[in-house]
Write a protein that binds this ligand. Sequence first.
Ligand code: UQ1
Length: 413
Amino acid sequence: MRAVARAAGKHRVVVVGAGSAGLAVSHQLLRSGRFLQNEIAIIDPAAWHHYQPGWTLVGAGLKDKTDLQRPLRELIDPKLRFYHERVESFTPDTNTLTLGNGDRVHYDQLVVVPGIRIDYTSIKGLPEALADPHMLVSSTYGYETCDKVYTSVKRLQKGTAIFTQPSGIVKCAGAPQKAMWLAMDFWRKAGLFPSAIDVHFATALPGMFGVPKYSQRLDELRRQRGVHGHFQHDLTEVNGDKAVFSTPEGTVTKRFDFLHVVPKMGPHGFIRDSPLANKASGLVDVDPATTRHLNYANVWSIGDASSLPTSKTAAAITSQAPVLVDNLLQAMDGKTPETVYDGYTSCPLITEYGKVMLAEFKYNGEIKETFSFLGLDQGTPRRAFYHLKKDFFPWVYYKSMVKGTWAGPKGWK
Ligand code: UQ1
């Protein structure tokens, strides 16, 4: 053990997290041409970076999960100082943070983008059920479990399949039902649905989706296809072949043969317990327009870790990152940040093999569809959107987005 912390690092910008947001922001800052070697630091304990939007495709046998990951170090420009460490705590009053190894890091500007934590223990019995190879219980939300979705789908021959969605914040609110639409299509093609398998969508929410236009279309699909909807049903426990739900009318128990679970999610402890957190949500408390912290003018956040009141997706980060970068650079010049984020986010909702409903919206659930100029209604699932989701987005992500040269619907930077 070291008695004294090593000499502290000092950087003009420190970025906490090397996920989609951290890599996009760091490299966009670097590309501004205003930073020398090591003036920007990035902190992350992970060995691997994952293209998480691809995991729903893994669950359908359309991708191999190993193809969606890269060694994190290979994605980080050598001009950045990389701390391969976790963050222990923040001390924003002195512009410092402490790493897991006890070292202190100083910054002029801090970008806090470590994502959110998936809390598998939030549902009693879930960790055991996921780890049990004999149980057809899986989740698209983790690297360890996303391929178990497909093996479980293939193994089910008859009975009851339940797909859940929890209360509270989640990333990619469409993924719980993407897993369902793909599994159903698989069973339909295998001649098992609807004859031998009945499908249930049990969600803590009052509808299929947060945006009325898409929610209506998805509910139409649900009814047409004969999926039982159980709204305001929040999974609390997995016990053998029983799923236990909390509902406004009390506890409801359902027997299952196949269960796809979405655990509850929340802020990482080192964010929640820090001065940067919003008291109520525990997320990094930022201005919805500028992405600047509400109490610390040299702190910024976007993505899943932030309090930005929009749906948490990688697509959202394509729009958030350029706003954060513009505003941070303006602040460094002593100017007032003026670039505004409109809440853009998107959910490429796979509704069957070969078709995607490309939901795109901004704050307050207002529609903002990129392809409306072609006269397309994106509430209708289409093959072209499927190819965007399956082939183009994964490609442009590693080719450009993590390098800081992709701005989503605005194209290349
Ligand atoms: C996008 O840029 C992107 O990142 C590469 C996605 O994948 C995570 C998306 O799902 C979406 C919708 C976008 C937005 C880009 C266009 C062209 C609509």
